[in-house]
Write a protein that binds this ligand. Structure first.
Ligand SMILES: [Zn+2]
Length: 476
């Protein structure tokens, strides 16, 4: 009988041991599966509103559904927010000299500055200014009223560096608005004009455009030359004079008047945060732990002659999402949970923390219930057995507690990393945030951030660490 008992005990031990092992194996396998899919060329970088973005959203949705997380968005786990997809400009620009009307062409003679207001201006005279410092511009500002100001976007390169620093187009806009100018035509040299034209067309990182009230255009130097010719002025000798006066210059152009109408149509579509909630096992619990990771990344790199243009974003941040999903799986299986765990895959982080900012401004849970926010951003490149945790606000008590959590595979370094990440909007709301990361590297935001460079063993270690951290009750 005793012999049988021993056999039974050994069998049980083998069973427990193999279960634990297969658990580990499956975490490893699943992390790999998530990262490989999210960072595959098929998803093409997961930039908001692209096909890859929607594939990523569906993937996360389906896993939340499988794990039976609660959908507090009531919209397939998606909290939607506006994302600027396109800007459609419309414009009309005419110069009148005596009885003649000259039409200027957008993209050839001028471009629209995306901060421009939507305005119509007719029969307006222009005032040419140089690139003087703020004090000078203020001094001549009484001539601004009802004029179209023609000023420089950048002072010419030949001008003294110190003088160049004293002038800024932003100051000119402020003064022009304040003193009742009708608009500004910025003069740009040809190469800069081409660059500004491409910004007008592609508006790559302009999600939060602050628009001014007056119309703002950029004209090429060629266009300026024409305008000056119409006023019987020679542009070369005039620029020489401006230069000799250190940019301190103004002259009214009396022989021409301008008609101008601008409208910029901003087209927004819905991007999304993907949010699932895991409820506590007891009934009295109120506290929430939020685990967040952004799932978006960047558009392919536009450069001629490179074969692989896709920025896969395996570490940034397919790794964080994979870890979040496997933590959700692990926590969904725990028999006892003392708190709510909110899983949030944020959208449009790379475009300016748009998803996470929207979340805190339009909360679907009471933010005061969030005990802490764990942000997983770039967790797939563990090197030298080191993991970084940024504790914001810094809190030595919490750090001491974090040090007590077993992490056999790595050492934790505190507050050594700093960058824009989704923890920031939460931290600004007064929520304790912990940003966990394996740190920066040269492949970040490059086409070389690929799945085969991910340290999956390291990710399994971090998975166990966070699992222990959340279960440690150190925060409760
Ligand atoms: Zn990131």
């Amino acid at each position: 009988m005793k012999f049988l008992k021993i056999i039974l005990l050994i069998l049980t031990l083998i069973f427990i041991f193999s279960c634990q092992n297969s658990q580990q194996d499956s975490t490893y396998y699943m992390l790999q599966k998530h990262v490989r899919y999210l960072a595959s060329d098929r998803l093409s970088g997961r930039f908001p509103l692209t096909k890859g973005d929607f594939l990523a959203r569906n993937y996360i949705d389906s896993i939340y559904k499988n794990l039976d997380l609660s959908d507090i968005t009531k919209n397939h786990f998606q909290q939607e927010f506006d994302f600027l997809q396109d800007i459609k400009p419309r414009s009309k620009f005419e110069i009148r000299i005596k009885n003649q009307m000259i039409y200027l062409k957008r993209k050839k003679d001028f471009t629209i500055f995306l901060k421009s207001g939507d305005v119509k201006v007719s029969n307006t005279k222009a005032l040419l200014v140089g690139y003087g410092d703020n004090i000078y511009l203020r001094r001549i500002s009484r001539y601004f009223k009802d004029k179209l100001i023609i000023g420089y976007f950048f002072p010419p390169k030949t001008v003294d560096k110190k003088l160049r620093k004293e002038y800024h187009w932003r100051n000119l806009i402020k003064l022009a608005e304040f003193y009742g100018a009708k608009g500004i035509l910025f003069v740009a040299p040809e190469d800069k004009f081409e660059r500004l034209k491409s910004i007008e067309e592609n508006h790559p990182y302009s999600q939060q455009i602050k628009r001014y009230k007056i119309p703002l255009l950029t004209i090429s130097r060629k266009t300026l030359k024409r305008i000056l010719n119409f006023n019987q002025l020679n542009s070369d000798s005039l620029e020489q004079i401006i230069k000799e006066q250190n940019g301190h210059f103004f002259r009214e152009l009396t022989l021409t008047s301008f008609n101008l109408s601008i409208s910029l149509k901003f087209i927004y579509k819905k991007a999304a945060n993907i949010i699932g909630l895991l409820k506590p096992t007891g009934l009295d619990e109120r506290d929430i732990i939020l685990i967040g990771a952004h799932y978006d990344h960047l558009l392919p790199k536009k450069k001629k002659g490179i074969q692989d243009s896709i920025r896969n974003g395996a570490d940034d941040n397919a790794s964080g999402v994979a870890l979040l999903l496997e933590l959700a799986r692990a926590f969904a299986k725990t028999p006892e949970r003392k708190f709510y765990i909110l899983f949030a895959c944020f959208g449009a982080e790379e475009s300016g923390l748009i998803g996470s900012t929207y979340f805190v401004k339009n909360p679907i849970v009471d933010l005061r219930r969030i005990r802490f926010m764990i942000n997983l951003d770039m967790v797939g490149r563990m090197r030298k057995n080191t993991v970084y945790i940024r504790c914001n606000p810094p809190n030595s008590k919490i750090q001491d507690q974090l040090k007590k959590i077993k992490s056999p595979g790595f050492a934790v370094l505190f507050n050594k990393i700093d960058a824009l990440t989704d923890a920031i909007p939460f931290f600004k709301q007064g929520i304790q945030t912990l940003w966990i990361s394996t740190g920066f590297h040269e492949d970040q935001h490059q086409v070389t951030d690929e799945s085969d460079k991910i340290n999956f063993e390291g990710m399994v270690e971090i998975h166990h660490y966070i699992y222990r951290l959340v279960n440690s009750k150190l925060f409760f």
